[in-house]
Design a protein around this ligand. Structure first.
Ligand code: ZN
Length: 440
């Protein structure tokens, strides 16, 4: 085992190194798209990153993502940076940490770790990470190739003409509480209701399918024919699909298969006044608080959600430890990191990061001799946006320390203010040009 680990570690380093070339290749493609069409929507590019590029970069991360050392983390940042720079079009010196925050794309080493955890928890069923999922029992995938084909795809008749009972089922989620119910009707009389309460981590889909499953088992135990009505199309589709590997879904299928001569199953439109469906809807809401407790293992979506929160949490911690000047500056204007955040405008990136056409910045990177503006004051981003006499006609009103975050939030959607900032930075750019020329 030790030998394998050592071998793996060597391979991981080699693998991570190959990612560099892979990213260059993927983003060269990206360059062509951007060059030919500047109007490509930034959200679309981000979507492309999330669905294509990150997947390619995280290939095998279920193995290597768990044992990253400082070298690996740095290397992954260098790799992700290739993309982030092209995407954000900020100055080349803008730090990877800042670019992550401004594009809402989490650092690659954190995404890799989540990938590793997903594999350990879902596939390997390792108990080492139970605390991450709050010790919740998870659904699992089964091998479906061994299931006989007539049980893989449960096809029930829609309506049994000689059924004794009409049964309406429903699932519901209110205030994070999940419930389900099965309402039995005989000759239009509501003779019996079964209400169950699930856990907050259970999905509505699970509730709906569990309700159908319970109804089918009830028909078997009563040895009575029922016509079953549900407004959950996804449940019906799950029963009719051969592809679900979920143990929970397949157990429901098995039960439905056993009851197939006793159950007619059809879909009814919700909220159109069908009496039985309205009753089931109302009872399902009741079930979320008063139903009998029913334990169904959490769906995979629960794990995915939990890992997303973990990524956010780790990213937040990592970001707050980043104490460079630009990190501190950006934190002054932004509340926190978020995968939903995205800055479209490079002018805003210059302003936020402080890395842009400013003497103060260029001096820091030894491109000009002095950090001072031609007006004699320190020429940083704030100077041109709020203070410099040379940009006076484009000034914005400087926010107080306490209102900086709200101010920036509003600025992002204020085209007029961004236009002023753009003009200020055109002037500061000219100033920088003249300073660069003057430098020996
Ligand atoms: Zn000035």
């Amino acid at each position: 085992m030790l030998g394998i680990t050592i071998d793996n570690k060597l391979t991981w380093t080699a693998h991570i190194n190959t990612l560099y070339d892979r990213t260059l290749f993927l983003t060269s493609n990206f360059n062509r798209i951007i060059k030919t069409d500047w109007s490509v929507n930034k959200n679309l590019i981000k979507f492309w990153y999330n669905t294509v590029i990150e997947k390619a970069l995280l290939y095998g991360a279920n193995v290597w993502g768990g044992a990253l050392n400082k070298y690996h983390v740095d290397r992954l940042h260098t790799i992700q940076r290739i993309f982030l720079l092209k995407f954000a079009r900020g100055y080349r010196t803008t730090s990877t940490n800042v670019l992550n925050v401004l594009t809402g794309i989490p650092p690659l080493h954190i995404a890799a770790k989540a990938e590793f955890l997903k594999f350990q928890i879902w596939v390997r069923r390792s108990g080492d990470y139970n605390d991450i999922i709050n010790n919740v029992q998870l659904d699992y995938n089964i091998l479906i190739k061994n299931i006989p084909s007539d049980m893989k795809l449960v096809s029930l008749s829609e309506h049994l003409p000689d059924a004794t009972y009409e049964v309406y089922t429903d699932g519901s989620k209110i205030n994070e509480e999940t419930g389900l119910d099965v309402c039995i009707l005989k000759d239009n009389d509501n003779t019996q209701n079964f209400l169950f309460k699930l856990k907050p981590y259970n999905s509505v889909f699970q509730a709906e399918l569990a309700a159908i499953q319970f109804a089918a088992n009830w028909a078997v135990s009563e040895n009575s024919k029922i016509n079953l009505y549900t407004d959950s199309l996804s449940s019906i589709l799950a029963l009719q699909s051969a592809s679900s590997r979920s143990n929970f879904v397949n157990k429901a299928k098995t039960d439905l298969f056993k009851a197939k001569n006793l159950v007619g199953l059809s879909w009814v439109k919700a909220h159109v006044g069908i009496q039985g469906n309205e009753l089931a809807d109302q009872q399902a809401k009741l079930a979320t608080t008063t139903g009998e407790e029913l334990l169904i293992p959490a769906p995979r979506s629960y794990l995915n959600r939990t890992l997303k929160q973990l990524i956010l949490h780790e990213w937040c911690g990592y970001w707050n430890k980043y104490t460079s000047a630009s990190g501190i500056r950006v934190r002054g204007f932004l509340d926190t990191v978020s995968p939903n955040f995205l800055i479209y405008n490079k002018i805003l990136i210059y302003f936020l990061s402080g890395h842009g056409p400013f003497p103060f910045y260029l001096h820091r990177f030894k491109r000009v001799n002095s950090p001072l503006c031609t007006c004699g004051l320190v020429g940083d981003a704030d100077h041109y946006v709020f203070d410099c006499s040379l940009t006076r006609e484009f000034h914005l009103i400087k926010p107080t320390e306490a209102s900086k975050k709200l101010w920036f939030k509003n600025l992002m959607s204020n085209k007029q203010a961004i236009g002023k900032m753009t003009n200020s930075f055109k002037i500061s750019n000219d100033i920088c040009d003249s300073l660069t020329r003057d430098s020996p």
